[in-house]
Ligand binder design. Structure first.
Ligand SMILES: Cc1cc2nc3c(=O)[nH]c(=O)nc-3n(C[C@H](O)[C@H](O)[C@H](O)COP(=O)(O)OP(=O)(O)OC[C@H]3O[C@@H](n4cnc5c(N)ncnc54)[C@H](O)[C@@H]3O)c2cc1C
Length: 382
């Protein structure tokens, strides 16, 4: 196991895996189908545990203006009233609060850091199409032009979409959410809270998070994609947002991006197979409510790299070290997924039971230790 590890997919988690390996002196090659970094626009909330990993991997942005720290988070009711609030430092002892960096900037910072190690070879414009396997063991991939890439160990990091790798790791769809998600990037609007907000209303839930460089992330539940054409009109979009948060100012909106996501919960039955492992959304997808998917992928990257380091130092026990990644990490992921699934389902259910939900949240807000436990559970991605 002394050659380069082959990583298929150079999104945030594939690049994080390359970095976690490079920190241990293990070289890798990343195959990425997209010609340039920063084409995915989702996943900007970084939790404390994942932030520590980014610091360890020396993924620091060149520009301080690329990062924002949000010290508090609120769940707002249908009239914009605060139902439930976290001051991260005071309530959870988490001084960093939520660290916010736009997803394309996270990806570019990871790519820069990976390249700087001198141990990561990133090949863009390469789409992996099939596995190379012999005697039930993976030993590389074939791309869409028929070129072969050989490696003793391969890592699948191709995200939630696409069929590649699904059979190998037995990825199963466990739930399809009834309501989908529209994720927007707009210019910041004066008068909008500078905290992270989760707005509950009869229309469903909406997330509002300030982004660096004066931008604003808004994501809300939609019943289907036919609603979306209306939201390209800034005035109609403003009206939709006000149905979910009445305090949203009446002002001209500048929309930069809007993406529609069909949401499902997926989980790989196996995180490891002979000669390969799976990380990130390719292994597990969670509802975006908790802002956890990318953070969980960073933890996968670190755990897998640690297992591969042990496997290289002790080749006779390589399979045992890799099996530990499967058993331990899959168990942790399953427990996080169950909690986040509950939030996703409550988000679908709450609009029909808005009075009960708002009363329950207000009561829960006053229950100190329970509130703290709830915060710890949702910040924890291990
Ligand atoms: C609306 C929304 C909001 C979210 N917000 C947050 C958040 O705030 N915090 C958080 O932690 N998570 C969040 N997430 C989840 C987060 O975006 C994902 O968990 C994260 O992007 C997964 O990273 P990944 O690298 O595993 O997959 P991806 O980001 O999907 O990257 C996969 C990469 O593989 C490449 N690829 C695919 N197939 C091939 C192939 N055959 N050959 C070569 N390359 C290939 C793709 O081009 C892509 O670059 C959110 C998700 C959604 C939908």
């Amino acid at each position: 196991m002394n050659d380069r590890v082959l990583i298929i997919g150079g999104g945030v988690v594939g690049l994080a895996t390359a970095l976690a390996l490079a920190c241990r002196g293990i070289p890798s090659r990343v195959l990425e189908k997209s010609g340039q970094p920063g084409t995915i626009d989702r996943g900007d909330v970084i939790h404390e545990g994942a932030l520590r990993l980014l610091q360890k991997w020396r993924v620091l942005p060149h520009e301080k203006s690329e990062v924002l720290n949000v010290p508090d988070f609120h769940i707002l009711g249908p009239r914009g009233q605060r139902l439930f609030s976290f001051d991260f430092a005071k309530d959870l002892g988490c001084e960093a609060g939520l660290t916010i960096m736009r997803h394309p900037e996270i990806e570019m910072a990871l790519e820069r850091a990976a390249t700087n190690t001198g141990l990561v070879d990133i090949q863009r414009g390469v789409t992996a199409q099939s596995w190379l396997a012999r005697n039930g063991r993976v030993h590389g991939v074939v791309d869409s032009h028929g070129a072969e890439y050989h490696a003793t160990f391969s890592v699948l990091a191709t995200g939630a979409g696409g069929a590649f790798g699904k059979n190998l790791f037995e990825v199963k769809r466990l739930h399809t959410y009834k309501r989908h998600f529209y994720n927007l990037l707009i210019d910041g609007v004066p008068g909008v809270p500078s905290s992270g907000c989760y707005c509950l209303s009869r229309e469903g839930f909406m997330i509002m998070v300030p982004l660096p460089a004066g931008k604003l992330r808004i994501g809300f539940q939609v019943a289907n994609s036919t609603e979306l054409s209306a939201y390209r009109d800034p005035a109609k979009l403003g009206n939709e947002i006000r149905k979910r948060f009445p305090g949203f100012p009446r002002t001209d909106l500048t929309i930069h991006e809007g993406h529609y996501y069909k949401l499902a919960r997926q989980l790989a039955h196996k995180f490891v197979t002979p000669g390969a492992a799976v990380v990130g959304d390719a292994a597990h997808t969670v509802h975006p409510t908790g802002g956890q998917g990318m953070n969980m992928g960073f933890v996968d990257a670190e755990h897998l790299a640690a297992a591969l380091e042990k496997a290289r130092a002790d080749p006779a026990a390589a399979e045992r070290h890799l099996a530990a990644y499967h058993y331990e990490r899959r168990k942790q992921v399953l427990s996080i997924q169950r909690r986040t699934h509950l939030l996703g389902v409550i988000g679908e259910w709450a609009p029909n039971w808005i009075t009960i939900t708002t009363m329950a949240l207000s009561a829960f807000n006053k229950a100190g230790p329970m509130k703290r436990r709830f915060g710890e559970l949702f910040m924890n991605v291990e």
